[in-house]
Design a protein around this ligand. Structure first.
Ligand code: 0X9
Ligand code: ZN
Length: 302
């Protein structure tokens, strides 16, 4: 199917999800968690039996508009995990919630106007530029490091924490069930890195950082087993750069034990965000293995 070898428009992504929900009505529920600034629906895909006290693994994708591969990885994950009987047992023990497109306005703008667009598309009063970096807009050490307070910057953190309706919707949805969420991954590109908190500053780690490193390495090993692709497991503040107000740090601060950002392929700056469509499938297969490892860890520990 298309998610293996094509970048889809927002409408096509939503059609893909509706058809899966129709095909697997017992396993897949589409839940509207809010609207984007321009009024597009933000959809969470709930997979597996709901209404129980099972632990949840939460995956979201595409907060940065130009990081196109992340949307396909999220959609591939939804399709693969429900269509293959091998994952039944895992789904019986762990619930998966996937938000495949957390920034639909930015994504459509990146498809039609500016391929390198990163931010949301909100307008600020008397502003010259549109959009905030939603991954600088979460309410944890907001506005402190690795951000800009000027509207035209690529890393503009917004006028206040959760100024972006997309971030408000996601934080509300996560908080409603945060005691059940044990794993969180924000899918980004690029760089082939598995990043763990804290990322708002350097040389600061959660007290259970060894557990995060251990599971991070298990995810990297699962990726390597597919086709020898190397993902580095690093602290986001030290290994990449400090950046406050990101979703991974906020999720960790809410008590979600295994919280990560994954920078998907490629690794090279030449290809960068413009990963050719014929490479989509392999990146999806690799990331799927990593997510499965996280689900298995969560099943065994909670
Ligand atoms: O800068 C970001 O938001 C992420 N990298 S990206 O190239 N996809 O923009 C990394 C975020 C890592 N997490 C924290 N710094 N907390
Ligand atoms: Zn990103």
């Amino acid at each position: 199917n298309d998610v293996n070898n094509k970048y889809l428009s927002y409408d096509e992504q939503m059609q893909f999800l509706s058809s899966i929900a129709q095909q697997y009505p017992n396993d897949v529920k589409l839940q509207k968690i809010g609207n984007s600034y321009e009024g597009r629906s933000l959809t969470a895909v709930r997979i597996g039996d709901d209404g129980s006290s099972k632990p949840i693994v939460w995956i979201d994708a595409g907060v940065h508009a130009r990081e196109w591969i992340s949307y396909n990885v999220a959609l591939y994950l939804v399709y693969t995990i429900v269509s293959q009987p091998a994952y039944r047992d895992l789904l019986n023990a762990v619930q998966l919630v996937v938000v495949p497109n957390t920034n639909p306005d930015g994504y459509e703008y990146s498809r039609t106007n500016d391929r390198m667009w990163r931010k949301t598309r909100s307008r600020f009063s008397n502003g010259r530029c549109s959009g905030a970096d939603a991954n600088r807009n979460y309410p944890f050490f907001w506005g402190t490091q690795g951000v800009s307070h000027s509207q035209c910057s690529e890393i503009y953190c917004g006028s206040r924490p959760q100024s972006e309706p997309e971030v408000m919707a996601l934080t509300n949805a996560i908080q409603r069930e945060e005691t059940r969420i044990k794993g969180y991954i924000a899918l980004h590109s690029y760089g082939q890195e598995i990043l763990y908190p804290w990322g708002h500053t350097m040389r600061t780690y959660p007290s259970d950082v060894q557990d995060l490193i251990q599971v991070g390495k298990a995810m990297a090993a699962a990726i390597r087993a597919v086709n020898n692709t190397d993902y580095n497991v690093v602290n986001s503040g030290d290994g990449l750069y400090p950046a406050a107000g990101a979703s991974d740090d906020w999720a960790k601060s809410r008590g979600i034990k295994y919280s990560y950002t994954i920078e998907l392929s490629p690794i090279d700056d030449y290809t960068g965000f413009s990963l050719p469509e014929d490479r989509i499938n392999q990146v999806c297969r690799e990331a799927f293995q990593a997510i499965q490892v996280l689900m298995i860890e969560v099943r065994s520990k909670f």
